[in-house]
Design a protein around this ligand. Structure first.
Ligand SMILES: [Zn+2]
Length: 174
């Protein structure tokens, strides 16, 4: 099975959200993308890593690869520094993407103990213009100090990526 992994934002061009310590979302998502690709390949999935500034370019690369699943990885941010936790987006709830989103969301919150903000519906560009079940994962809030510590740590990133990979294997097994 072919899986496209998009690290949200683009290091050097678009930092994405920035935490209190200066941690940039684009660097976190780059690392998560690489790690996830590695673990999925170990589990015999074919992967492509896509991190681009242009949203259509991301969709084109995924579609040309023939991706059967598309994952966009992000870190969340809010004006209130109290906001924290994990949420996973899909275009519609009752769909393959909705199922995938629920498996991933459930693995992340149960294994990391992040606040469960649930599976949500949104019309993000990359969800609308990719040709396969697509989800966008907001792993944790870079604007919250507890979540930022998680996102900054090697162990935290490794745990996030393992949880996402288990969510994918749960989805594929059903
Ligand atoms: Zn983002």
């Amino acid at each position: 099975m072919r899986i496209a992994i998009n690290g949200g934002h683009c290091p050097g061009k678009d930092s994405g959200a920035v935490g209190e310590t200066g941690l940039q979302e684009a660097y976190v998502t780059h690392d998560l993308m690489q790690l996830l690709s590695y673990y999925l390949q170990q589990a015999n999935f074919e992967t492509i890593q896509i991190q681009e500034n242009e949203l259509q370019e991301i969709c084109d690369q995924s579609n040309q690869f023939g991706a059967e699943l598309f994952l966009s990885i992000h870190c969340n941010s809010a004006e209130s520094r109290d906001a924290q936790g994990t949420e996973t987006f899909c275009l519609t709830t009752f769909s393959e993407a909705g199922n995938l989103a629920r498996y991933i969301q459930s693995q992340i919150v149960s294994s990391l103990g992040t606040v469960d903000r649930g599976v949500k519906v949104d019309r993000f560009y990359v969800l609308r213009h990719t040709d396969c079940p697509a989800v966008l994962i907001e792993c944790a809030f870079i604007s919250n100090s507890d979540d930022e510590i998680l996102l900054a740590s090697e162990q935290g990133r490794d745990d996030i990526v393992h949880a996402i990979a288990r969510g994918i294997t749960d989805y594929v097994a059903k």
